[in-house]
Design a protein around this ligand. Structure first.
Ligand SMILES: [Zn+2]
Ligand SMILES: [Zn+2]
Length: 254
């Protein structure tokens, strides 16, 4: 499995894109602003999009991608997410007011976008990949994804905060080779991190003590302007861990 990081920032700015991972050229996890760097040909190859949650930095690319693909592909784009996330997209995005309802265009029998409900804990196969959504704690209903390619096990915990369910789920897995996990704020923004349900380096380090696996860590979702402080704090907080701060364009093989 080849994961290309289209975006991994907690915001926008020169060279920064929000969360989106392209897997083997045909599957997307989250559709942040990173989707905007794909060509029409690359977009039209994508058949499945899995969303972690409905926040704008993870779904805004879906709006523009649907618009771009209109009339270009003859099969629908399947958008997979929990019932709560799909309900938010229906009510607040594809509602004819903020954006056209691409689940009914060009017509209700042949829609461009098809919603497919995922249930946390229940695995689904996508080609040779077995993908299991798992619940995480955030300000809105959110999941992470465990992806077993047969050669390695990769997990992306999405936007998340301290929560035993996350570690209990990962500890139940026979193996975990790579974990992509967010660190949105530096420690001095701990209160903001708490109310917005994001990790800081110290909180992540404390939570990682609950994990029985020792995966390579890929740190993501740093808020623009906070990157240097987070990197500095991780030097001591994550001492002993094999980790890297993700950059747009990085490739993860798993
Ligand atoms: Zn979020
Ligand atoms: Zn986010």
């Amino acid at each position: 499995m080849r994961i290309k990081v289209l975006g991994c920032s907690g915001g926008v700015g020169p060279g920064l894109r929000t969360t989106s991972l392209l897997i083997d050229d045909t599957l997307l996890i989250d559709a942040g602003t990173g989707v905007g760097d794909l060509s029409l040909a690359q977009m039209s190859r994508i058949g499945d999009l899995l969303l972690t949650h409905a926040h704008l930095d993870h779904v805004c690319g879906l709006a523009f991608m649907a618009d771009n693909l209109f009339g270009l592909v003859d099969r629908p784009l399947s958008v997979h997410a929990t019932a709560e996330t799909l309900a938010t997209l229906r009510e607040h995005l594809f509602n004819w007011r903020l954006w056209p309802d691409f689940t009914r265009l060009p017509d209700a029998d042949h829609p461009l976008v098809v919603f497919r409900e995922l249930e946390p804990g229940v695995a689904k196969s996508f080609g040779g990949l077995r993908i299991t959504p798992f619940p995480v704690l955030h300000t809105v209903p959110a999941v992470g994804y465990l992806i077993d390619s047969g050669e390695g096990v990769f997990a992306f915990s999405g936007d998340s905060y301290a929560d035993d369910r996350l570690w209990e789920f990962l500890n139940r897995q026979p193996r975990l080779d790579r974990l992509m996990v967010e660190v949105a704020f530096p420690d001095e923004e701990g209160e903001l991190a708490r109310v917005s349900r994001h990790f800081t380096p110290a909180l992540l380090a404390a939570e990682l003590r609950k994990l029985r696996h020792r995966p390579k860590l890929f740190l993501t979702h740093h808020k623009p302007g906070c990157e240097r402080a987070i990197e500095h704090e991780c030097l001591s907080a994550l001492e002993g861990w094999d980790y890297s701060h993700l950059k747009r364009g990085d490739i993860i093989l798993s």
